[in-house]
Design a protein around this ligand. Sequence first.
Ligand code: PDD
Length: 291
Amino acid sequence: MSVYPIILTQSKFTHHDKLKYPFEERGLQFGDGIYEVIRIYHGNYYLLEEHVNRLFQSADAIKIQLPFNKEEITDLLYELLKKNEMNSDGKVYMQITRGSAPRDHVFPESVMPNIYAYVQDQPRNMTGMENGVHAITHRDIRWENCYIKSLNLLPNVMAKQTAKENGCYEAILHRDGVVTECSSSNVYMVKDGQIYTHPTTNNILHGCVRMAVERFTKDLSIPLIEEGFAVEDIRIADEIFLSSSTSEITPIIKVDNQQIADGKPGKITRQLQEAYELDANIKENRIKHTV
Ligand code: PDD
């Protein structure tokens, strides 16, 4: 996936080759920072306002004072696309750390946050969305503030790697037998025409696509119940699906080597995928319902 040449650093635009990497960076030393991954379709942001709001919530939660307001960062992010002449499907990765200072756990007295954002191509995963993907279940060993989109992703990385080593796309995480979310997406179960998903507590990331899913279910009059389901419920589910900015709405058709229902993407998942494509204004290369 190629990175576009112009990078947003602090509030300026720089060519990637001229980028200076800060020394004694707290993001590297402590994971002391936050990030966002924002989807782009046909060169336009999708759910940008939701991402900007969450960025501010994360910054607030770890006491990072952002040097811009929501309007200013929104303008800079649009400028970033313009400067890169971005007009295809992609994503922006934006990272903000507390800054660079001699290593000490305590916050430095006066430090400017290190900010950067870059654009990358990201084609839609049509195969996964059309055919469905496989997942494993995995214990959720993360901390108690998973609603913060923090850089501390080691448990997520380990869980996703285990999924990959088992030939799977995702790891469905569970805490005390209750499914929370996946290693890098939110997860849902459909049973008897109702959708179940973990409530937006501290134990999960409040996904921007999840917010969109909530809207779609209201429009489609599909009940969405914010109630954690048990790992054992997965076996008897009618449908399982996940959501994220990069995976959109993807059916999960096998969990721990066990087929979900008839092993094909379900009807409600398909309805939500259609609603997503409509909402994101995706015109070409739409999901084919062949399975
Ligand atoms: N991941 N839960 C976790 C743990 C995530 O990392 C993500 C996103 C989501 C879905 O959030 P959203 O709908 O806002 O993308 C849920 C991003 C894509 C990532 O880390 O790459």
